[in-house]
Design a protein around this ligand. Structure first.
Ligand code: DQA
Length: 149
């Protein structure tokens, strides 16, 4: 079974209480539970991890190289600032989908720039927790196509 890392960046541990009008009312635990269940339906083993620390996120991306077929990554505020996370994504050579709960392009201008997008397979933004759900489906389609080749 293919394994997918769902990686959450800073402040996403506060989901549920953090600006629910922007990010929704589900907790991170509930989102992870739903993603693991959806992964099972799609034939994917989903492992979830959250950190507020840039270096820990980099460690997780590097470690994923040895076990994950893909990464669903919400880098939170680091999206707009982190060269180091961008470099880690480039270095690992496995497909990464950038996700955001909110539609970052419809928000403040500083959120329009992503340092991450250019090295990701794709980006999904604005669908609440279903941004992650859609990313899992994109991986399931990709893996199915790879198997048919
Ligand atoms: C976010 C969008 C970022 O701009 C913000 O800093 C976050 C969450 C999102 O999921 O919508 O922390 O990545």
């Amino acid at each position: 079974m293919r394994e997918v890392l769902v990686l959450h960046g800073p402040n996403l541990n506060l989901l549920g209480q953090r600006e629910p009008q922007v990010y929704g009312s589900l907790t991170l635990e509930e989102i992870n539970r739903r993603l693991i269940a959806e992964g099972e339906k799609l034939g994917l083993k989903v492992r979830c991890f959250q950190s507020n620390c840039e270096g820990v996120l980099i460690d997780q991306l590097q470690a994923a190289q040895s076990w994950a077929a893909g990464v669903v990554f919400n880098p939170g505020g680091y999206t707009h600032t982190s060269v180091a996370l961008r470099d880690a994504i480039s270095a690992i050579g496995i497909p990464v989908i950038e996700v955001h709960l909110s539609n970052v392009d419809a928000r403040e201008e500083f959120r329009h720039r992503s340092l991450i997008s250019g090295v990701c397979w794709g980006k999904i933004s604005g669908f609440g927790w279903k941004s992650y759900w859609l990313a899992l489906h994109a991986f399931a389609l990709r893996f199915r196509e790879e198997e048919l080749r």
